[in-house]
Design a protein around this ligand. Structure first.
Ligand code: ADP
Length: 348
């Protein structure tokens, strides 16, 4: 696939603060790429440099292979959607959506046709005559999306567009935005700090940490093969077990000797850590088949299953997901094991 957009050594400093360290990133044509990371990790700065609202300190940006580093925002063919809907309060929904076309001096009939089409895309065709104050937050965000899509940008940047909505509406709008991405066929770059949102929506996730890219890959790659403790911890629930790797393929950890994953290179003896996802682990009787045993300190009902916390004896907690029928009682002595292949050796 060809690159729609590429940054080369793109970097932004504000005085002593590095908002984004030198970054190389290729965004593929038509993909849904999510910038995910904690607050302050540089997501918005990267997005703003792509949009042209912020000038880079160093580096270059290419759009469709052309150097766009100094191109004005209006010439980049990029649409923007923010968390605040930023609709004009004194204009109706239709007038709001028409606005970018009027700025581009599109003819009246053409505007009318495209406004209807854009409102239909976001399923708001009935609301053209209303004013923003007469709409719910979710409806206002749909209008903001329509106003962005109406001039058919080939790249759409979305900065936490669902941040202001409640959980149920967010989940509904996530699916809507995925559908719109398919319908438009444009490249979407989506900023969020919500890992669940990133996992459900993205073709690829660019995980950011401290002004740098921590890991770039598909949601499955990031979830199943995190490269670092930060990545393992940021996406999903994780048990990270730290200890000393020995030459015999074991990690000597506070709760016992654990088998290291057998795929991939064997780590050099020394400090090491493995990741075991709660859903990969299983409870078993304490005994020879258990990798370690411990005491159940907490059992929590979460709806679909039970979360069982096991203390291996050193006061730490290991989380296992168990079926309701198989959940033990608090205080029980249990064993824990997993498929050796499902543990991940963390290198950083
Ligand atoms: P994120 O979007 O991941 O929350 P940002 O890109 O907004 O992170 O910010 C990255 C870092 O750059 C933060 O430490 C932030 O305080 C700093 N920063 C962002 N914009 C400015 C600015 N205009 N002036 C000074 N520092 C800034």
């Amino acid at each position: 696939m060809t690159a729609k957009l590429e940054t080369r050594g793109l970097c932004k400093r504000y005085g002593e603060t590095t908002a984004l360290a030198s970054t190389d990133l290729e965004v593929r044509d038509g993909e849904f790429l999510t910038l995910l990371g904690p607050s302050g990790s540089g997501k918005t700065t990267l997005l703003q440099m792509i949009s042209g609202l912020v000038a880079p300190s160093e580096g270059a940006l290419f759009i469709d292979g052309r150097d766009a580093t100094r191109m004005s925002p209006g010439k980049r063919g990029i649409g923007l959607v923010f968390q605040s809907y930023a609709l004009f309060p004194h204009l109706t929904v239709s007038e709001n959506v028409a606005y970018p076309l009027r700025m581009r001096r599109v003819g009246g009939q053409e505007i009318a046709r495209r406004v209807v089409e854009a409102l239909a895309m976001v399923r708001m065709e009935e609301f053209g005559e209303r004013y923003p104050r007469e709409l719910s937050g979710g409806q206002q965000q749909r209008v903001a999306l329509a106003r962005c899509f109406v001039y058919r940008p080939s790249v759409v940047l979305l900065d936490e567009p669902l941040g202001a909505l409640d959980k149920k509406l967010r989940e509904h709008m996530q699916l809507e935005i995925r559908r719109l991405h398919k319908e438009l066929g444009a490249t979407f770059i989506y900023v969020t700090h919500d890992q669940e949102e990133a996992l459900t929506m993205s073709d690829r996730i660019c995980l950011m940490n401290r002004a740098r890219i921590e890991q770039l890959g598909t949601p499955l790659e990031l979830y199943d093969r995190p490269v670092s403790r930060f990545a393992a911890d940021f996406l999903g629930h994780s048990n990270i077990l730290e200890g000393r790797a020995s030459g015999d393929g074991h990690l000597h950890w506070a709760g016992g000797a654990l088998p290291l994953p057998s795929d991939g290179p064997v780590p050099a003896p020394g400090e090491a850590a493995i990741l075991v996802r709660p859903e990969s682990a299983r409870l078993c009787p304490p005994g020879p088949q258990a990798f370690f045993s411990g005491t159940v300190v907490q059992v929590v009902f979460t709806g679909a299953d039970m979360r069982v916390m096991v203390d291996p004896g050193d006061g730490s907690e290991f989380l296992v997901r168990a079926a309701r029928r198989a959940a033990p009682c608090q205080g029980a002595l249990v064993g824990v094991r997993w498929d050796r292949q499902e543990a991940v050796l963390l290198r950083r």
